[in-house]
Design a protein around this ligand. Structure first.
Ligand code: ASP
Length: 323
């Protein structure tokens, strides 16, 4: 019988009504497991955090990655992490980058709290356990299972505030589905980049700055001095207004600046546009190409690299895995 370790981090899947109104995280892994039907798997449950996911930070992710590695070392055949959906995509890429090996690691959550009609937590947890015990899930990297869809950590995004079908992998689609309780996976293998969790992981600060129409760089100008690196969520295929270019170049000369896109899908381009502020112009000025990583995921990768003392060449090389 396969052994699955369930690690709880909080989120809506673990929330109950609070006396003052609204729902707050309160349930632990043991409580969540009670919602599962009998399964052909030995389940262990461990509560790592009981947090709403907007309050999860890098120290919590380090604790989670340690717990995942411990469970794998102790013989788990698969891991399921329950997590708030707001930042699930960042936690998924963090684990993808820091937990090597082929053991399935599946992150799931819920859009509706347990006490609401049609709560989706139990179905998502069930599907996640099924995927975590599937031989076909081995080697695909960290997965996010929501609404019977199986998404790769490098692609998945939350794209809706409240729908139970809030998750998608724009431009690529899910790596598989759970059909009648059985995983049907057609995904391609993980990228395979692993970054050690460096000693500065709790100190490094990487800013995420979104560029907008008429932007004169005011936000970047204020933000840059406070950060060790910046991800620029550029317009379109990786662009900024011409007036912003001198400032972007100045910041990129001092700290790594990764160029991503605010569009939500597709890769930053490399060689199409030639105007001031275009992707060609910015890459020539030393910005690092984010590849297919969206801004939030690019920020996690840059954070891990800087915490491990990576220089600009290593940062560029790491992002090249996602071209
Ligand atoms: N705000 C919640 C959280 O991320 C949303 C959820 O879990 O669905 O913790």
């Amino acid at each position: 019988m396969k052994r699955v370790a369930i690690l709880a981090m909080g989120g809506t899947i673990a929330m109950v009504p609070a006396p003052g109104g609204g729902v707050v995280p309160a349930l632990g892994a043991d409580d969540l497991v009670k919602a599962l039907p009998d399964l052909d798997a030995a389940i262990t449950a461990r509560t790592v955090r009981t947090l709403p996911s907007p309050s999860i930070g890098f120290a919590d992710l380090v604790a989670l990655a340690d717990a995942v590695r411990e469970e794998i070392a102790a013989g788990a055949d698969g891991i399921v992490v329950t997590h708030g959906t707001d930042t699930i995509e960042e936690t998924a890429i963090f684990l993808d980058l820091t937990v090597p090996g082929d053991t399935p690691v599946v992150v799931t959550g819920a859009m509706r709290p347990p006490a609401s009609p049609g709560a989706d937590g139990p179905a998502n947890l069930f599907a996640a356990v099924k995927v975590a015990t599937s031989e076909d899930a081995r080697g695909l990297g960290v997965l996010v299972v929501m609404s019977d869809e199986v998404h790769g950590a490098r692609f998945v995004r939350k794209g809706h505030t409240s729908s139970t079908g809030a998750f998608a992998s724009p431009g690529f689609g899910p790596l598989g589905l759970v059909v009648e309780g059985e995983p049907r996976l057609r995904g391609f293998p993980r990228v395979g980049l692993t970054v050690p969790i460096g000693p500065k992981v709790e100190d490094i600060r990487v800013g995420l700055v979104t560029v907008a129409l008429g932007d004169d760089g005011g936000l970047l100008r204020c933000a840059a001095p406070a950060f060790d690196g910046v991800v620029l969520a550029g317009l379109g295929a990786g662009h900024v207004p011409a007036d912003m270019v001198p400032l972007v170049a100045e910041v990129a000369a001092r700290i790594p600046v990764v160029l991503a896109s605010r569009t939500g899908s597709g890769s930053v381009l490399r060689q199409t546009y030639g105007y001031p502020g275009s992707e060609r112009d910015l890459l020539d000025r030393g910005l690092v190409h984010a590849g297919f990583l969206d801004p939030a995921k690019a920020r996690v990768l840059l954070h891990l690299l800087l915490a491990d003392g990576a220089d600009r060449d290593r940062v560029t090389e790491a992002f090249d895995h996602y071209r």
